[in-house]
Design a protein around this ligand. Structure first.
Ligand SMILES: [Zn+2]
Length: 413
């Protein structure tokens, strides 16, 4: 299944890749076909099949590695309609609920303002209600939902499925979110750190073995650390709290207990506050970026300051990890045209010069839409393809609408 996740393959290619005989592969394919998990057809005549979109490897463009000219072999592919997953982003400003099929294609998404300050009961009920609405939508689209992924600000314990003490959610500290949602939804749920989720989404769409994904949020800055194509989580699973690197021992206090943390100087709220402090104008980041584009000095200086703070903190990361790329994502990434030159200037002055950071380190903005919610979905899809979660969840409430998607497991099977 995992081999077919991003592209359609012929039996000969699969047989070679898996080291299976023709007969053994035939049995395997028959089993997967009976489950409705793979489909086999000969749509390779599609001329675009030779050049699938690099940005979207899950596009409906099958590729055959060995298709000879002339007669085209039948291709096997994942039956994208067999199941869906829900990817949820919890952030200080928005709760996002996306439905993704088995090839990571986004089917629909809803973004609602976060009610995070209204107490645990209300926040949880908003979250549960949003997921239930997404489940109903998936049912109407004809997809059974296999699992739910939730990406939230850290620190959190992904293994235990618990939020720890995210400053953006003071009323949800120590909430065992996964077990509570699993109990209420009757579905497997996975909890993921938001920056690790965004890095996972980026990793799936782009080449890049070693990179740092800087998630620039309204409140907070996280780092998804990717090493050898794996998201690094640290000894206790809490890695990535980049926003709490202290840059100024006498700086403004941070809810984490430290002072002068990066995110107090460079997250979206900090940029807007710095701008308001200079101009008395209460503007969104989008407007500040517009003004910077028009050459306004205050806007340019505020964005330069934020970029230099990020660059100063990132110099330590770069010296320690030697990444090939820094990726800026999240709402703050809309200031990338101004942040990136400032980050680069700071890195050139501070990261180890003999290692040639100026030439070799790529700094780019992530163009992937909704990377955090998408990453939450990718994390559960990864678990499904690894076999850590069952791909076939019986969902009696929505099964009647699935008759055209292929055979379902028999009841209790
Ligand atoms: Zn802090």
């Amino acid at each position: 299944m995992a081999l077919l996740r991003t592209r359609a393959l012929g039996r000969a290619d699969l047989s070679r890749a898996l080291g299976l005989s023709k007969t053994a592969l035939g049995d395997l394919i028959a089993d997967l076909g009976a489950e409705g998990l793979v489909v086999e057809n000969s749509v390779a005549e599609n001329p675009s099949a030779e050049n699938p979109s690099a940005e979207n490897p899950s596009a409906e463009n099958p590729v055959s590695l060995s298709a000879p000219r002339g007669r085209r072999p039948a291709l096997l592919r994942v039956n994208a309609r067999r199941a869906a997953v829900i990817g949820v982003e919890l952030s200080a400003t928005v709760f996002e609920y996306g439905i993704y099929d088995l090839t990571s294609t986004l089917l629909c998404v809803e973004r609602l303002p976060s009610r995070r300050t209204e107490g645990e009961a209300r926040v949880y009920s908003q979250l549960l209600g949003g997921i239930r609405t997404a489940l109903e939508r998936a049912g109407k689209l004809g997809y059974p939902v296999a699992a739910v992924g939730v990406a939230a600000p850290g620190p959190l314990d992904a293994q235990a499925g618990a939020l720890l003490m995210p400053p953006a959610f003071p009323e949800l500290h120590r909430l065992r979110l996964r077990s509570r949602l699993e109990g209420d939804l009757g579905l497997p749920v996975r909890l993921e750190h938001n920056s690790a989720a965004a890095a996972t989404a980026f990793l799936r769409q782009h080449d890049g073995e070693n990179f740092v994904y800087l998630l620039l949020l309204e409140q907070g800055i996280g780092a998804g650390l990717v090493m050898d194509r794996r998201v690094y989580r640290g000894a206790h699973g809490y890695a990535g709290e980049f926003g709490h690197v202290s840059l100024d021992v006498n700086g403004p206090p941070c809810p984490c207990g430290n002072r002068g943390c990066l995110e107090r100087l460079a997250d979206v709220d900090a940029i807007c506050q710095a701008y308001a402090g200079r101009t008395q104008a209460d503007l969104t980041l989008t407007r500040i970026v517009e003004r910077a584009g028009q050459g306004e000095a205050a806007a340019l200086e505020v964005l330069e300051g934020a970029g230099r703070a990020i660059g100063l903190a990132a110099a330590a990361l770069v010296n320690l990890l030697d990444p090939s790329m820094l990726v800026l994502g999240g709402p703050g990434a809309r200031a990338s045209p101004f942040l990136i030159p400032a980050i680069r200037r700071e890195l050139q002055g501070r990261a180890y010069p003999y290692l040639g950071w100026g030439e070799h380190l790529e700094i780019r903005a992530c163009t992937l839409p909704n990377p955090v919610g998408r990453g939450a979905a990718e994390c559960v899809l990864n678990a499904l393809y690894r076999g850590d979660l069952p791909l076939t969840q019986p969902r009696p409430a929505i099964r009647p609408e699935l008759t055209h998607t292929g055979p379902l497991n028999p009841p209790g099977g």
